[in-house]
Design a protein. Structure first.
Length: 162
């Protein structure tokens, strides 16, 4: 079976408290490895065109993303591209996260649209780590999303107040 898009919520943890967040307050919850095992072991998946790791803040659960990559390798599942949005906080600039991103990029077979995007809006600016952003931007597949389209806000979680 080939999948066009797979979105995995790596964690519900977040190191920011953004007003516009549709998820609401951060939760101390990570994806259970058993969910990854069940997904990849119990389905006849050969190829995933694009996998998105969402959150919370994905850099707060590096272990789950790494486990997913290794599980795909051991199950001979090819990944074409990936997408990760990060808030540009301190954890996104760690060596461990940077190495994970490079590992994921090298594992993907078609990186034409692979992307790590730093959400650089007014909501994130006061909490972001300039050094982490500088490190991330050294990778060719990282860019900044400078503007936030306010018509696209989903009025859930803390965003209900906007």
């Amino acid at each position: 079976m080939n999948l066009n898009n797979l979105i995995l919520e790596a964690t519900r943890k977040c190191n920011f408290t953004c007003e516009h967040c549709l998820r609401g307050d951060s939760q101390k919850k990570d994806i259970d490895i058993a969910v990854i095992d069940s997904l990849l072991d119990n389905n006849d998946i050969n190829y995933i065109s694009c996998v998105t790791f969402s959150g919370g803040e994905p850099s707060l659960n590096i272990g789950a993303i790494d486990y997913f990559i290794e599980k795909c390798k051991s199950n001979n599942i090819e990944i074409g591209n990936f997408y990760i949005a990060t808030n540009g906080g301190k954890t996104s600039g760690t060596m461990e996260f940077m190495q994970l991103l490079i590992k994921l990029y090298c594992f993907c077979s078609d990186n034409e649209i692979s992307l790590v995007q730093i959400s650089k809006s007014d909501y994130h600016a006061c909490q972001q780590d300039d050094e982490a952003i500088k490190k991330l931007k050294c990778l060719s597949f990282v860019n900044e999303r400078e503007t936030l389209d306010y018509t696209m806000l989903i009025h859930e979680g803390r965003a209900k107040q906007l």
